[in-house]
Design a protein around this ligand. Structure first.
Ligand code: UD1
Length: 406
């Protein structure tokens, strides 16, 4: 069974790696990594492939940066060609980036068969398998809202990390999540709120399966290596004595006034507690355009670095006193590890992290107050969330096997 794993941007790589490794062990599965090229810098992409022991992507679409429509459109155009050539049995998309929605759209709209489109090449090596997959899924359901209800030759589309909602449609990721989940045939969710959101949106229960948090699989797979690193001491930081900062959301870094205030806040915090700030390219570009870099660099307890590889970065997470972020993944990783996280956003699509008490939503006005609370409190209890256990890839593989093989 030919299975495409779509990888596009930094947070995707730790989501496809455990699944790639698990599928590689199955005789019936042929996992193929498709890199759309949304992130292309060495330190935003290649180093993650090395750390996560992934091979060079089998297919690279080389799309790169652009406006939302450009990026989404370019990925769709490039990926449709690949789909027509290779006719996978399943396409797995992860997370909520532009490439997630683009590949979903291209796959679900793939011309059905030769009778319907002269563009479609012969079925190729996986044709038999696909027919099996179709007749199997067709038999299971005939409602329009059930697994692969069409009788097309298109691949099944599965979304890993489905159902997350911030209920904030000004976030590009929320649009990507809504569209992807409305179109995908299989929705693998990380937490009960994901199931509830999808059911409320009218998704058939038969399409939803809670499998857990795949990022925790990557963390556990590399735990020993992460723990052996000394990334924090190499930066002259002491374990448990510094804050780790990441910021890249357009809502925080694209508005000059907000970004300026944020930089001043970081300088202020660094006078009290050391901070390390690996800067995302989007953020760096905006900081440089506003001439704010010198101010940050002048604060001696504020360590600025390039984006770090997975293992070094996770070593900084493991050993920090708190994280200050707008990333989705870091909210989850800190929750899993029982580390306080201040999230500079008005909402989160990962409410489970707030419910567990490790994550607190903040804004620029209450940041200092929330920081003081974190600094004066002890470390939160380590939460236990069902299926955040390093075994999500196993559950996903079983789910695929049931759909395509059994
Ligand atoms: C994207 C995702 C976001 C995810 C984030 C993680 C969307 C809508 N956004 O945001 O959900 O949390 O990735 O990083 O899909 N750039 C480089 N080198 C790179 C990649 C980007 O220099 O390797 C620069 C480019 O100037 C680009 C900008 O960063 O214009 C933003 O990149 P883009 O992929 O558009 O969005 P992110 O902000 O990275």
């Amino acid at each position: 069974m030919l299975i495409h794993l779509i990888a596009a941007a930094r947070p995707n790589f730790m989501k496809i790696a455990p699944l790639y490794h698990a599928l590689k062990k199955e005789s019936w599965a042929k996992p193929v990594i498709v890199h759309t090229g949304q992130h292309y810098d060495l330190n935003m992409s290649d180093v993650f492939f090395q750390d996560l022991q992934l091979p060079t992507p089998d297919i690279h679409l080389g799309v790169g940066s652009g406006s939302h429509a450009e990026q989404t459109g370019q990925v769709m155009i490039a990926y449709e060609k690949i789909l027509l050539e290779s006719r996978p049995d399943m396409v797995i998309v992860v997370g909520d980036v532009n490439s997630t929605v683009a590949c979903t759209l291209a796959a679900v709209k793939l011309p059905a068969n030769e009778a319907q489109s002269s563009l479609v090449p012969s079925p190729g090596a996986t044709g038999q398998a696909k027919l099996r997959a179709q007749s199997k899924t067709k038999d299971k359901t005939n409602s329009t809202n059930s697994i692969n209800s069409t009788n097309s030759a298109r691949p099944l589309v599965a979304h890993l990390e489905a159902g997350l909602r911030s209920f904030d449609r000004s976030m590009p990721e929320e649009i990507n999540r809504l569209v992807t989940d409305a179109l995908a045939d299989i929705l693998w969710t990380p937490s009960p709120d994901g199931d509830e959101n999808l059911i409320r949106e009218g998704v058939a229960r038969s399409k939803i399966q809670r499998v857990g948090n795949i990022m925790i699989d990557s963390l556990e797979m590399l735990r020993e290596t992460i723990e052996k690193q000394n990334a924090f001491s190499e930066l002259n930081l002491k374990a448990g004595d510094y804050g780790l900062v990441t910021l890249h959301r357009p809502s925080n870094v694209d508005d000059p006034q907000i970004l300026n205030k944020l930089c001043q806040a970081l300088i202020g915090i660094a006078k009290q507690v050391p901070l390390v700030f690996p800067i995302h390219p989007r953020t760096r570009k905006n900081i440089e355009n506003l001439d704010l870099m010198a101010g940050l660099a002048n604060e001696k307890q504020l360590i600025i670095s390039e984006p770090l590889n997975y293992i070094k970065f996770m070593n900084l997470v493991f050993n920090c006193r708190f994280a200050l972020t707008d990333s989705g993944g870091i909210q989850e990783e800190t929750t899993y590890l029982g580390i306080p996280c201040l999230t500079l956003r008005p909402n989160t699509e990962r409410p489970v992290t707030v419910e567990q008490g490790t994550n607190k939503l903040c804004n620029l006005d209450n940041l200092t107050e929330n920081l003081q609370a974190v600094l004066s409190a002890g470390r939160p209890a380590k939460p236990k969330i069902e299926f955040w256990d390093g075994r999500t890839a196993e559950r996903v593989v079983q789910s695929i096997k049931k759909l395509l093989v059994d």
